[in-house]
Design a protein around this ligand. Structure first.
Ligand SMILES: [Zn+2]
Length: 111
């Protein structure tokens, strides 16, 4: 008779899989949290953890990284625009997007 997987038969299987996919805690910590052995958890992760879960976690990481990259690119473009404007006007003052008043330059006290 085949041996049953203690993780697959656990009432909190979904939470176990989520913890495994998030990889926040060690195998030992996750196993302890759910009252199963570390070796059972590792076997479950290696052979039973649904591929869709790991794929979904990877996709979420890609989306997050893409969003961060978009933010960096927007900030870079904004900084380049401010620098270009400062070079053209010969002043280090810049205008805050929330205010119509120019900020003061800390180096030359103009602004
Ligand atoms: Zn399993």
């Amino acid at each position: 008779m085949p041996r049953l997987c203690s993780a697959c038969n656990h009432l909190r299987l979904t939470e176990i899989n989520e913890d495994l996919v998030r990889k926040i805690d060690s195998y030992r910590a996750i196993a302890s949290k759910y009252g199963i052995t570390e070796s059972s958890l590792k076997r479950h992760a290696a052979t039973h953890l649904p591929l869709k879960l790991t794929a979904a976690a990877h996709a979420a990481e890609v989306v997050e990284a893409t969003s961060l990259l978009d933010q960096v690119q927007r900030l870079h473009a904004e900084a380049a625009s401010i620098l270009d404007q400062a070079k053209r006007t010969g002043t280090a003052a810049w205008r805050c997007s929330r205010s119509r008043r120019p900020a003061r330059c800390s180096r030359c006290s103009r602004g």
